[in-house]
Design a protein around this ligand. Sequence first.
Ligand SMILES: C[S@@+](CC[C@H](N)C(=O)[O-])C[C@H]1O[C@@H](n2cnc3c(N)ncnc32)[C@H](O)[C@@H]1O
Length: 213
Amino acid sequence: MANVHYASIGDVWKHLPLAEVLQIVCPLRYWETHSGSSSYPLTRSAERNYGAFAFLERGRHSPELEGSSYGRLLARHVGGEVPTYPGSPRIAMELLRSTAGHFVFCDLDGGSLSNIAEDARALGVPQGRVRLVQEDGVATLERELSGLAEDEVVGTFLHVDPYRPLESNTEGQTPWTSSRGRRSGGLGACCGTASTPDATGAPCWRPSRARVS
Ligand SMILES: C[S@@+](CC[C@H](N)C(=O)[O-])C[C@H]1O[C@@H](n2cnc3c(N)ncnc32)[C@H](O)[C@@H]1O
């Protein structure tokens, strides 16, 4: 597991709108540049107490939060024999497995990708519908996007979630410029987030663009 910030308050602010948007848009393709793992052990830590655990405790007083797509999904995972926290690949596969034609998940960490593969099998998502790529996510999905016909761009949801949104890869591309959705141009949906604690130690969430047609 490469992502140690799971279930933090940054994840709550990222995954709550992600789950809602996916349920509304139901994209045909879900592609992610920095996927992380699919399921994480939901154990106590200061970061998680202030994140997912605080959401679960305080969400009980809000029918909107408790009944949200994220709230219901999280409650199912916490209520299992071994409580887990669903990362974005799990959220996407659970919400879209019956509608999304194709998932692409990129990460440099092989362990995170193996975890996604296990969950895809457990959820019954056919192998041919999940592509796992252990390479730079921005370069990979820029290539994939340039191969799409305009009518295929419609219904493609690109999730860009790096630790460092302004850092260039070897091809000079940054997650930030990629998340502005060169090809999606108002047709598909593109969402960019940065969930890494900033210099003050506070988690941050910066939507760069979210378009739904
Ligand atoms: C913020 S975490 C992802 C969290 C996940 N998107 C979620 O919402 O549950 C960032 C992930 O990016 C991966 N990563 C770092 N550099 C990368 C790169 N150049 N290309 C693809 N993945 C990368 C890390 O291994 C880590 O798992």
